[in-house]
Design a protein around this ligand. Structure first.
Ligand code: FES
Length: 208
């Protein structure tokens, strides 16, 4: 419905400036539009087309290719419940039916208060943790029906403040401080993530 706000146009300009060709910035710009409205509106796609110098059809082509972009309004919390084989075997479909009954909507629907949308989705890459779901792309693992109910209650009453509104991504945009840039590419100054460190082989003892 809406074009980018003045503030987001500034952010868009910053994003575009990082790429040798403006249209290469399309994916992060689509995230920006989705973060603004909770979905990617038609007007937003037209606006992005103007900003990067392509046709609206090209923006739509990119946007519609990726599952993570939604082109219609959804609830504040979009709950994607996996019913693929691994989750199905441990109750994924039953969890979906419970969610539908609890919220009074079918998969693909949104509650009247605009809070929740449920989707029946394919594998979300957490097959050992089923039945699982994502709420606004944040994982919830091994859910029983009562776990689901507690999650809904927490989202409703605000006690689950770890889940931001749909469209908000953790790493949509990087604002890298200049003093951090100096260390990039240097193993001495750029610490490795803990998971990577933990997988490094022990150095062999001398003479072994
Ligand atoms: S089958 Fe459900 S996460 Fe893979």
């Amino acid at each position: 419905m809406s074009r980018l706000t003045a503030q987001n146009q500034e952010v868009a300009a910053e994003i575009i400036s990082r790429y040798p060709r403006a249209k290469s910035a399309l994916i992060p710009l689509l995230h920006l539009a989705q973060e603004q409205d909770g979905y990617v509106a038609d007007d937003a796609m037209e606006h992005l087309a103007e900003l990067v110098g392509v046709t609206p059809a090209e923006v739509l082509g990119t946007c519609s290719f990726y599952e993570m972009f939604v082109r219609h309004p959804v609830g504040k919390y979009k709950i994607d419940i996996c019913t693929n084989i691994s989750c199905q075997l441990v109750g994924g479909e039953e969890l979906l039916h419970h969610a539908e009954e609890t919220l009074g909507i079918r998969a693909g629907g949104t509650t009247d208060d605009g809070l929740f949308t449920i989707e029946d989705v394919e594998c979300i890459a957490a097959c050992t943790e089923g039945p699982c779901l994502q709420v606004n792309y944040r994982y919830e693992y091994r859910l029983s029906n009562s776990d689901f109910d507690n999650m809904i209650e927490g989202l409703r009453d605000g006690s689950r403040d770890d889940v931001p509104p749909h469209g908000t991504l953790g790493l949509t945009r990087q604002h890298i401080p200049q003093d951090h840039l100096a260390g990039i590419g240097s193993p001495e100054t750029t610490p490795m993530p803990a998971w990577f460190e933990s997988r490094q082989p022990e150095p062999e003892a001398e003479g072994a």
